[in-house]
Design a protein around this ligand. Structure first.
Ligand code: FAD
Ligand code: SIN
Length: 539
């Protein structure tokens, strides 16, 4: 089926929804999302959105905190953009119906690791759900936005899909929309657009243990890579220090997050025999940036042979805990732990991708007409390690910027191209060997967790590269022979992301931020590695 629109937005998290709403003010939007409309990483966000709201806080302090966490790789100009435009976007979210927690009539500001001031705007400990609720409501009511659920983008449409344009130069290519599988009808849609916004979120599902829901299979990174767009800094995968440890957890479901705001509220990390270990690792103790805390936990676990460490918040009163963290309290309680009396067992889990589709300060990717915002993008804001609660902020600021730029772009430069071929699946068969997919998917996640996790080495990366290459080849072969379905699309994307993470990690012969390798334990003093940029030269 053919769908034509001014702007195609892929993804319904904070970035996609906010971009769609802004674009709907001047153009028609088709918004596709692969599951139900609110299923996204955004929906699970707990801590909140960092922004300079307190009169005692300053832009300079927030900029400095972000640059320090980013370990020398942040772009100062984009950091300044998110920090300075942040407060206005917070008020926009409120005007769109988001209800943040207030104290005495003012926004209540929490503290998190790496922040020198309390500046986290939040809705109790369910910030993402509240933002998602408000934005989805606005989108549903908007006549210029056509929302299509259960529809998974397969690949971007560029010159590489068109026989007569296939050999055009890579530095002058366009994006004209995407092919997408409607999982309700099993039909592949050809969606042509003047501009396309990738807002497909993260890739936590590449790893065995992750806080990310199933949708986070790295589809956007993989589609952009296959289409020849530039991808940067994929080695910087952030592991959140504290996900709830449960021996009963099924590895297919995400690990429940224990928000960093709990440490901001006084939570202390302890070994199983009660030692508060963070002072040994960093003068900021439990509120050091995430890379440092996750590595410290990993080290304690390996040294002691333990499966988890504890997070202790028992010194705060039950009333305070329940008031600030009702969702966390309830989850732990249902799992047999009253956190006002008992320590919480926690382990690190893959959480966030700092790298992504390289974009400029207007969210423009390296293909004309392609924009990326939110977690899938690399704006240069996070460098080698993201500061807590800067992700939702970056997503909303850059979604706004993408919309502003698209307004000019579709007026002057863009056109819907004709002659885009229909999806061709002639000669393919329906898959009857789904076990191959589930097995390969488990294998990739285990390999990435064991060899490309918090601590890496040349040997581990080489071993991972060889094994992922085999699974990648088998998966491509299976994909070419089969009618598309969700699991094969996701596995294909997970493999592509694993490949990019390993390739970038192998190239960085130093330890910086989230990339720590036993073979090069020091930061290169000259910063000679800069960003790791990948590009598929033969899309
Ligand atoms: P998402 O919110 O993940 O949305 C992506 C959308 O794209 C989804 O709708 C998905 O279904 C859709 N999609 C994906 N692939 C396809 C496809 N192929 N076709 C169609 N649709 C597709 N950050 C903070 O700043 N503060 C926090 O407190 C915070 N807490 C977090 C807690 C948890 C448990 C997690 C997992 C993350 C947290 N983060 C937090 C990170 C933050 O939530 C995410 O980085 C952010 O929500 C990403 O927003 P997004 O719009 O880019 O992507
Ligand atoms: C959290 O609440 O700890 C998550 C915050 C983030 O990922 O920025």
């Amino acid at each position: 089926m053919d769908v034509k629109t001014d702007v195609l937005v892929i993804g319904s998290g904070i970035a996609g929804l906010f971009a769609a709403l802004r674009i709907s003010e001047f153009a028609e939007v088709v918004l596709i999302t692969k599951k139900e409309k609110n299923e996204s990483n955004t929906n699970y966000a707990q801590g909140g959105i960092a922004s300079v709201i307190d009169p005692n806080d300053t832009f300079e302090k927030h900029i400095e905190d972000t640059l320090i966490a980013g370990a020398g790789l942040c772009y100062r100009n984009t950091v300044e953009i998110i920090v300075k435009e942040g407060p206005q976007r917070i008020y926009d979210l409120m005007n769109l119906g988001t209800e943040f927690t207030k104290k005495n009539g003012k926004l209540d500001l929490a503290k998190e690791g790496g922040h020198s001031m309390p500046r986290i705007v939040h809705a109790k400990d369910l910030t993402g759900r509240e933002v998602e609720r408000a934005l989805v409501q606005q989108v549903i009511e908007n006549k210029n936005i056509r929302l299509i659920e259960n529809t998974i983008a397969i690949d971007l449409i560029t010159e590489h899909n068109m026989q007569q344009l296939k050999n055009s130069p890579l530095n002058n290519r366009n994006c004209w929309g995407a092919y997408a599988l409607n999982c309700d009808t099993n039909e592949v849609l050809k969606i042509s657009s003047k501009a396309t916004v990738l807002a497909t979120g993260g890739l936590g599902q590449v790893y065995l243990h992750t806080t990310n829901p199933k949708i986070a299979s790295g589809d956007g990174y993989a589609m952009a890579y296959r289409a020849g767009a530039k991808i940067g800094n994929m080695e910087f995968v952030q592991f959140h220090p504290t996900s709830f440890y449960s021996p009963k957890r099924n590895n297919n479901s995400p690990a429940f997050l224990i928000s960093e705001a709990v440490r901001g509220f006084g939570g202390i990390l302890r070994t199983r025999d009660g030692e508060a270990f963070m002072p040994k690792y960093d003068s900021r103790k439990d509120l050091a940036p995430r890379d440092i805390v996750a590595r410290a936990i990993d080290n304690e676990l390996k040294k002691r042979g333990d499966e988890f460490v504890y997070l202790d918040i028992t010194h705060r009163s039950k009333d305070e805990i329940v008031d600030h963290f009702p969702n966390i309290y309830q989850h732990c309680f249902e799992n047999g732990i009253d956190i006002s009396k008992e320590f919480i067992p926690v382990v690190p889990a893959a959480h966030y991708s700092c790298g992504g589709v390289v974009v400029d300060e207007f969210s423009r990717a390296s293909l004309k007409g392609l924009y990326a915002c939110g977690e899938v993008s690399m704006t240069g804001v996070h460098g080698a390690n993201r500061l807590a609660s800067n992700s939702l902020l970056e997503a909303v600021v850059f979604a706004h910027r993408a919309a502003n730029n698209i307004k000019q772009f579709i007026k002057k430069d863009a056109a819907i191209i004709t002659g885009i071929p229909d999806w061709d699946d002639s000669g393919t068969l329906s898959a009857d060997e789904r076990i191959l997919i589930t097995h390969s998917s488990k294998e990739v996640k285990q390999i990435m967790w064991d060899y490309v996790g918090i601590v890496r080495s040349n040997l581990r990366l080489e071993r991972a590269e060889r094994r992922i290459h085999n699974i990648f080849t088998e998966t491509e072969d299976f994909y070419k022979r089969t009618k598309v379905f969700e699991d094969i699309l996701e596995l294909r994307n997970i493999c592509a992301c694993a490949h990019m993470i390993i390739k970038s990690a192998k190239g960085r012969k130093e330890s910086r931020g989230l990339h720590y390798t036993l073979d090069y334990p020091a930061v290169s003093p000259t910063n000679k590695f800069g960003d790791s940029i990948l590009q598929n030269l033969h899309p």
